[in-house]
Design a protein around this ligand. Sequence first.
Ligand SMILES: Nc1nc2c(ncn2[C@@H]2O[C@H](COP(=O)(O)OP(=O)(O)OP(=O)(O)O)[C@@H](O)[C@H]2O)c(=O)[nH]1
Ligand SMILES: [Zn+2]
Length: 359
Amino acid sequence: MDARAADSRQAARAIDALRRGWPIGLAGAEGALTLLPIEGATPASLAAFDPDARAPLLISASRAVTLKLVNQLAAADTAAPVLIARDRWIDGPAAAMAIADPVSDLATPFKGPFRALPLVHGDAAIAALELARLAGLLPAYFVGEADAPVEARCTVGDIAAFSDASSLMIAARARLPIDAKVDSEIIAFRSTQDPQEHVALILGERDGTPPVVRLHSECLTGDVLGSLKCDCGPQLHAALHEIAEARWGVLLYLRQEGRGIGLINKLRAYQLQDQGFDTVDANTRLGFAIDARDFGVAARMLDLLGIGQVRLLTNNPAKVAGLEAAGVTVAERLPLALPSNPFNERYLATKRDRTGHDL
Ligand SMILES: Nc1nc2c(ncn2[C@@H]2O[C@H](COP(=O)(O)OP(=O)(O)OP(=O)(O)O)[C@@H](O)[C@H]2O)c(=O)[nH]1
Ligand SMILES: [Zn+2]
């Protein structure tokens, strides 16, 4: 690996390339990988990347479990990404997509046989899956020859630098009377890395007491469209009204759609839920963490607002732990539970039973 300092711009370029379906190089301490994302690959882009049709596939460990590949791996390797040999039946992007995308398993139940290969450059492989998440893609790649053409090159360190919230700054603020409280101000944040613009709403007049704070993760379907599959929309409005009734408080609107996997992957998770999997298993089957959010960004926003202590509106112990780990004192946890409906009953039960929500 080259010894230059970590540069988040290289990760930003790599993410942009992946979104466009372009190949990238990714270097780790153990060596470099040349990668073409399976999602977005075309017969032409694959032929340019891998003219001899030899490039193996890199997939997540949990996807390998579903594909019954783990029995070919050493027990110690079951959490690591998995390389699959490019056997003849994997004859193009469509066959590879059937391997990458669990949503299509019902349509293409007979796949294989698979041959697992020893994983090379493990740290780069793990970072590659993280980069796919940041790009909103399925975590799956063709792994090409070292001299295959690439559009961007980054390192494992660049990706870590990209996710560092310390460059987040306040970019603009304005008075914003809202339905829940006329006396409110909106503050938008920007970082030099991540283009996501997080937002804070401050309701009421700041006094010396810890504010009531809600960390709300973006949910386009629930917040905007009134989806009944989750509790996000009603929670957002209930939180704003609770904060409005407190002495003062803050709502952080965090651009962490789908618990950090992005809108498109969340909709894939919804399709898996329609096939019978719950919200936890749907994420895992896609190859993602159950919750990919990083609440360090929320801590940084609070810090920029001069808030060190909060009364946190949540049922999620991971939010309390995440804020505390990042240096924010959670003086009190206030519950925020709303009535269920027939469409989100199972989702709420899963949060209670499998992710430790206090519901
Ligand atoms: N991946 C995935 N994300 C979902 C699903 N349903 C809702 N979400 C996302 O989950 C996030 C909502 O979580 P929050 O309401 O902030 O928090 P929480 O973890 O439920 O904890 P509380 O503070 O107790 O509400 C949003 O980003 C939604 O888009 C799902 O089935 N799959
Ligand atoms: Zn939601």
